[in-house]
Design a protein. Structure first.
Length: 341
């Protein structure tokens, strides 16, 4: 393994967040940003450590409520008074403030929204709503936000017609998806030479004792490959009993590290040295068992340039952690073990 390894601390509370990381859509990053603070806040409350929001957040929230109240009451001029200078300038080009809001803002979506920012900071709170129906692709989001001024907080968003926004968004999503396909096609030859190898570390497998295994990533191809380790050492292996029934495993909350590195041609790297398949005492009966690594937490792919999404999600990122995975399924060999009392 080369020495250009990067370690990115990743605080989370379990698999739900990691599963979100595996999705492709723009909302993936949105949900990660929203869930991580929520998870940390929940953990703090369990420890008896309540988290106080900054005053800026409360002020922005109150401004949003007043703006929603004006929209709901159809006090269009009042709603406009809560908006930024650029929205004032743009609204002047419409016949009335009502026409402006009706054509540039999904009013019913905004009125149904609670304060939950995907981009949170004391100098801007970014919000979004989804215009497309649930499960319909491509997913079309509309972004808006709350920004501070010398005179208080204001509502701000790109003042374009919703119909134009949808057309532009679909075109951008299609362009991004085609770019992803091109990168993945170029990676196919490299992926063919990559596999994982599972090796038992424990010499004997006794009930009530650790049962340790090692997971390695092997590059048998002629060229180097980039890979991302999403926490292999923290995840369970797949274990089947002699009837080929899966042995249950209860995942525990944990903190993980996201590792990115390059693996040279003909080289291998240890992803996890001591995974204990009996860490929680699930294997309670003697007999034959079959162990395999099939986790989606290791990906082979390509580093991509970091791109700022902008205040209103103008840029659609093509990867997570500045990395685009070509695939994330590298099942290992199956190891048969005999568990004894």
């Amino acid at each position: 393994m080369t020495t250009n390894q990067r370690i990115i601390p990743c605080a989370c509370t379990g698999s739900p967040v990691l599963k979100l990381m595996r999705t492709k859509s723009f909302v993936t990053l949105v949900l990660i940003v929203m869930i991580f603070p929520a998870a940390l806040n929940a953990a703090g409350k369990r420890l008896g450590l309540p988290h106080r929001h900054p005053p800026e957040r409360r002020q922005a929230n109150m401004l949003m409520l007043r703006f929603q109240d004006a929209l709901a009451a159809e006090r269009w001029q009042g709603a406009l008074s809560f908006c930024s200078e650029r929205l004032h300038a743009s609204a002047a080009k419409w016949p009335t403030p009502k026409d402006f809001f009706t054509e540039t803002m999904p009013i019913e979506h905004v009125l149904a929204q609670d304060f939950a920012c995907w981009s949170c900071g004391t100098n801007f709170y970014g919000l979004f709503v989804t215009l497309s129906e649930f499960g319909v692709e491509p997913r079309i989001d509309w972004n808006w936000g709350l920004a501070p001024t010398e005179h208080g907080w204001v509502v701000d968003y790109p003042p374009v017609k919703l119909a134009d926004h949808v057309i532009k968004r679909k075109a951008a999503l299609a362009q991004r998806d085609e770019r992803i396909k091109e990168i993945r096609r170029s990676l196919e030859p490299k992926v063919r030479g990559v596999k994982t190898r599972l090796t038992p570390v424990s010499e004997r497998f006794l009930i009530g004792s650790p049962m340790l295994f090692r997971v390695e990533l092997v590059n048998s191809g002629p060229t180097p490959v980039h890979f991302l380790d999403g926490g292999v050492r923290y995840k369970p292996l797949r274990v089947l009993n002699e009837r080929k029934e899966p042995v249950s495993y209860v995942e525990q909350p944990m903190q993980i590290q996201i590792n990115k590195a390059e693996l040279s041609a003909g080289a291998s790297v240890v992803l996890a040295d001591k995974i204990d398949i009996n860490g929680n005492g699930e294997i309670g009966r003697p007999g034959k068992y079959f162990v395999q690594f099939d986790s989606p937490d290791v990906r082979v792919g390509q580093p991509v340039a970091s791109e700022s999404m902008g205040r209103f999600g103008e840029t659609l990122s093509i990867g997570i952690f500045d990395f685009l995975g070509a695939t994330n399924k590298f099942p290992s060999n199956v190891v048969e073990i005999e568990v004894q009392r």
